[in-house]
Design a protein around this ligand. Structure first.
Ligand SMILES: Cc1cc2nc3c(=O)[nH]c(=O)nc-3n(C[C@H](O)[C@H](O)[C@H](O)COP(=O)(O)OP(=O)(O)OC[C@H]3O[C@@H](n4cnc5c(N)ncnc54)[C@H](O)[C@@H]3O)c2cc1C
Length: 357
């Protein structure tokens, strides 16, 4: 039996859509299968921060990858707009990590010095300097480390842009189609079995977020629930994203503020809890007292996909021929989506060329 598709992508989150986009751009015949609606799971719950330095920093093994991915957003936003008509709302106003005690300032200053030593763009700002840039912050702030190159996008629009861009290049997208298992001939993957049929492909890419383990149980993906809230204000309150401990406030277009995020491991529960809202609102008010006047817009949750090792799986399955995995991007799937898409597409293209040689 000959394969109908060059590649089947399982999962229509930001990761699956980015891979489908890059593969179809390389003229591969791609089928994207999504069990619900595209982009409705973790990818639409994200705040959209591109925190390569804020989240990882120079000492983290994923930093080079995160930094390369962050750098891709400038050109990608234009490229995606040209093929999809979707503006991903890339904002490059930096992220401030705030300190409220001398001990925190000391720690953040050391961190800034280390980033600067490795040539990264970073600055330590005194309380006066931070307040001059962001006057809505509480005046008891001690200072902040500023990462000017860490930006943000709209995660919903980014996923949509990858999806429409994939369609532009010929990807076939089927929603409400659940992959039940891989179709295999011994150790060789031959396609997938959905709830209705078997579909053949040369390569299968598993990008099912936290649900990837139901196709491949050894992945042992850990669900980590996160809650977010959004508010609107009559005028702009912040220019850059601010963060203190585990809570951040991200200023979006049209005077929206996104506050996130709680972190509750080992649950698939998707309820927004009172405790979660209180935690986020109290911390946000500590950072920006004027937020009390903001109008509540909505609250939501998403389930982050975390691996046992804490790092995403991106690449070939070691035992199953023709199977690739791109899952477990945890708190940084939006940031890492461009590089994941190109890495996977490049790997597949290299392999096809080798097989043809
Ligand atoms: C509250 C919150 C805030 C976040 N903030 C940020 C942030 O600021 N910056 C950042 O970079 N990241 C952030 N993240 C993380 C980011 O959202 C995730 O890492 C990313 O969305 C993961 O994308 P994904 O495509 O792997 O998973 P998902 O978006 O969950 O997509 C997986 C898709 O696969 C589908 N699927 C699963 N199994 C099957 C199957 N068998 N058949 C067919 N389809 C299937 C699912 O229905 C789903 O649509 C945040 C996450 C949360 C929850």
């Amino acid at each position: 039996m000959s394969s109908t598709y060059d590649a089947i992508v399982i999962g229509g989150g930001v990761i699956g859509c980015s891979i489908a986009y890059q593969l179809s751009k390389k003229q591969k015949k791609v089928l994207l299968l999504e069990k619900g609606r595209v982009g409705e799971k973790a990818s639409s719950a994200a705040a959209g921060m591109l925190g390569a330095q804020m989240e990882f920093g120079v000492d983290h093994p994923l930093f080079p990858l995160a930094k390369r991915s962050r750098q891709m957003f400038g050109a990608l936003s234009q490229e995606l707009y040209a093929v999809s008509g979707v503006d991903i709302e890339l904002i490059e106003n930096g992220i401030y990590e705030l300190s409220y005690t001398d001990a925190e300032s000391d720690q953040l200053q050391k961190r800034a010095a280390r980033e600067a030593f490795y040539g990264e763009s970073v600055g330590w700002l005194s309380s006066e300097e931070v307040l001059e840039r962001e006057p809505a912050l509480s005046s008891d702030i001690k200072g902040a480390v500023y990462f000017p190159s860490d930006g943000q996008v709209s995660p919903i629009k980014l996923t949509k842009a990858f999806l429409e861009g994939s369609r532009f290049y010929g990807t076939e997208v089927r929603e409400y189609t659940e992959v039940m298992r891989l179709a295999q001939n011994g150790d060789q993957v031959t396609g997938v079995e959905t709830n209705t049929e078997t579909i053949l492909a040369q390569q299968v890419i598993l990008a099912g977020g936290v649900w990837s383990s139901s196709i491949l149980p050894p992945l042992g993906m850990v669900p980590v629930k996160g809650e977010c809230l959004s508010f609107t204000t009559s005028g702009p309150l912040l220019t850059g994203t601010i963060k203190y401990k585990n809570v951040y406030v991200v200023p979006k277009p049209n005077n929206r503020l996104v506050i996130g995020a709680t972190s509750i491991p080992h649950t698939f529960d998707e309820k927004v809890t009172c405790a979660g809202m209180i935690e986020l609102m109290e911390r946000a008010r500590q950072m920006v007292p004027g937020i009390e006047e903001a109008a509540f817009e909505k609250a939501w949750t998403g389930i982050r996909p975390q691996t046992k090792e804490g790092r995403p799986y991106i690449g070939h399955h070691p035992q199953i021929e023709g199977l690739l995995v791109a899952a477990g991007h945890f708190r940084n799937g939006i940031l890492l989506s461009p590089i994941t898409g190109t890495m996977m597409a490049d790997q597949i293209e290299r392999e096809v060329l080798l097989n043809e040689a």
